[in-house]
Design a protein around this ligand. Structure first.
Ligand code: PAF
Length: 286
């Protein structure tokens, strides 16, 4: 597995892979890898990628003041072992000054889909995400890039950016990987002490209750979302930020009953801000 730290090294690796016609997959991450990330590498391969590169970079521009940039878990050695075990061909680990050299002043701003939901509570977050992902795409030159559905709005923002900027990259969504009790896997789960960890189940519990209601035939987005809201509000340790039922593609609010909706939730549990979502379709979930 090749370790690349400079943008030029990553570009040279990508050019070398693409020259003989290899299909390149890219899995951007902020490190602190878990099973969810391993599934992204696997899915890249299942998409027909001959080689998969991962990136590890805790991106300062997507963290707001007072957020967890400084304490975001970093363990390069462990991450590299995990990626090697997953069959990753190369890992790009740029430093902050490689990504944002002195005088840096270029940003990618995706419009409407970046606003509301997490964008409301984290102004500038998706500008930072879109910028860093665009930069990673330019050095990694992938045919396919895989992102987890857990960060549903992020995925929608990246898809929009790829369409709007005519990037020749297939964006693939990977299903959320959950702990046995339903909690969506996230690096931020590490911030939870025992009581908070139990309480954090209220997010997935709420989403599964919403799904049950939908499966029983409820199509009113407000009522479906209300089932999730009730479960989270009933948990004393959780401070609900939002529960919304939205159009799965545009993330716009739904005007009335719908056979397709994504329920998105965000809540603070102890020191962690947690997000989760579920997409409901016809009589089934997707
Ligand atoms: O989802 C993440 O880990 C990050 O937001 C990403 C896409 C790697 C950009 O920094």
């Amino acid at each position: 597995m090749e370790i690349l730290r400079r943008p030029r090294e990553m570009q040279a690796w990508a050019d070398f892979q693409r020259a003989p016609g290899r299909r390149v997959g890219l899995v951007p991450t902020m490190g602190d890898l878990h099973e969810g990330h391993v599934s992204l590498v696997r899915i890249a391969r299942e998409q027909g990628c001959d080689v998969v590169a991962a990136t590890i970079f805790v991106n300062p521009t997507q963290f707001g003041p007072g957020e967890d940039y400084e304490r975001y878990p970093r363990d390069e050695e462990r991450d590299l072992l995990i990626l090697k075990g997953a069959g990753t061909a190369a890992v790009y680990l740029p430093g902050v000054h490689d990504m944002y050299p002195e005088g840096y002043q270029t940003f990618v701003e995706v419009g409407e889909v970046s606003r509301g939901l997490c964008g409301a509570a984290r102004p500038g977050h998706f500008r930072g995400v879109a910028t860093v992902v665009a930069k990673l795409f330019h050095v990694g030159k992938p045919h396919v890039a895989v992102f987890g559905e857990k960060d549903y709005q992020q995925l929608a923002v990246i898809r929009r950016m790829v369409r709007d900027l005519d990037l020749d990259i297939e964006v693939v969504a990977a299903p959320t990987v959950r702990e046995a009790d339903g909690l969506a896997m996230s690096s931020r789960n590490k911030y939870l002490e025992e009581g908070d960890r139990k309480a954090a189940r209220c997010l997935s519990r709420g989403l599964f209750l919403a799904r049950n209601l939908f499966l029983e035939g409820e199509r009113d987005p407000m009522r479906v979302a209300a089932a999730a809201r009730a479960a989270i509000e009933a948990e004393g340790r959780a401070a609900l930020e939002y529960v919304e039922a939205r159009d799965p593609e545009t993330l716009r609010p739904l005007a009335g009953p719908s056979n397709r909706m994504t329920i998105l939730v965000a809540a603070h549990v102890g020191p962690a801000r947690l997000i989760d979502n579920i997409t409901l379709q016809g009589g089934e979930t997707a």
